[in-house]
Design a protein around this ligand. Structure first.
Ligand code: ZN
Length: 289
């Protein structure tokens, strides 16, 4: 994702956000946990410092996610060198139109994604899916790329990491029609309780971002309440979607500790138990670590 695209998506630019050090580190949870989805390449701090801060906050594993070819390559390389980091690779639905002008180009890009997806440190194909909120790519184009990514995930034997924005029905229908891979994750889950029940029935994992902590998001907490404990993950989507109490400030993987605490209270389990649940689900989706 380009800086321009990030800005259009509502990410504050440099100078508009407080310095990273001004966001207090969360209290580490009583057991290690993970950040199931972030974009380390888009965080405006040195990656080594970001990861050290995450470890200090008990977040020992991080999945960094590509949205186009350069960021997918970056993610695979980062996961190859940085301990505790694993990668996801794909062309984001909003990037599909820009990624290729012709069918031949599209096939080349997808072949490159398939090559990356086969690497051992790449643990998921994503983020891919459908975004009917933005109109950067026509829905028909997005659907073609989504189906191609489903096929890549199946062939590589990796988890499918889905971006679903205002597109629940079509995402579920395409998964049902093409047959889902063994492991499916809805990143930044945005459905209500009824959608959570449908995902649960299909065995899909729901990864909750900082949005679940927002005061104005009771429907997301209702979704988390009905999601089976074994089908829940926690993520930051950093640098986006900073959880409460730091909403609007820069987000980093360490902040997932706030989201894990929120999920523990929604699920009425201890924080240590919630950490163990997301760690086990993370290992089932992305592991072995
Ligand atoms: Zn993302």
């Amino acid at each position: 994702m380009t800086a321009a695209r990030a800005a259009r998506d509502g990410v504050p630019g440099p100078g508009q956000v407080p310095a990273p050090g001004q966001v207090p580190a969360p209290e580490p949870p009583p057991a290690p946990a993970l950040d199931a989805h972030c974009h380390l390449d888009l965080i405006e701090q040195p990656t080594g410092e970001v990861l050290a801060a995450a470890r200090a906050a008990g977040i020992t594993r991080v999945i960094t996610v590509g949205v186009d070819l350069p960021s997918s390559h970056w993610s695979a390389e980062c996961a190859d060198t940085a301990p505790g980091v694993y990668a996801a690779v794909a062309i984001h639905p909003n990037e599909t139109a820009a990624a290729a002008a012709t069918a031949a180009q599209r096939d080349e890009v997808l072949a490159e994604i398939a090559k990356l997806a086969a690497l051992p440190q790449v643990r998921a194909v994503g983020e891919t899916g459908l975004d009917y909120y933005r109109d950067y790519a026509a829905p028909g184009v997005q659907r073609e790329w989504f189906r191609a990514h489903i096929e890549i995930a199946k062939q590589a034997g990796k988890a499918l990491m889905i971006h679903d924005r205002d597109a629940h029905e079509d995402v579920l229908a395409i998964l049902a029609a093409d047959g889902p891979p063994d492991r499916v994750i809805f990143h930044c889950f945005s459905g209500d309780a009824a959608m959570a029940e449908r995902c649960a029935a299909a065995g899909y994992v729901m990864s909750f971002a900082g949005t679940v902590t927002f005061t104005n998001a009771p429907a997301l907490r209702e979704a988390a309440a009905v999601a089976p404990p074994g089908l829940i993950l926690a993520e930051t989507d950093a640098p986006f979607l900073t959880p409460m109490p730091h909403r609007g400030k820069p987000n980093t993987p360490a902040m997932v500790a706030h989201t894990v605490r929120c999920l523990a209270s929604v699920k009425q389990v201890g924080v240590a138990d919630m950490c163990e649940l997301v760690t086990a689900t993370g290992e089932r989706m992305f592991g072995p670590w």
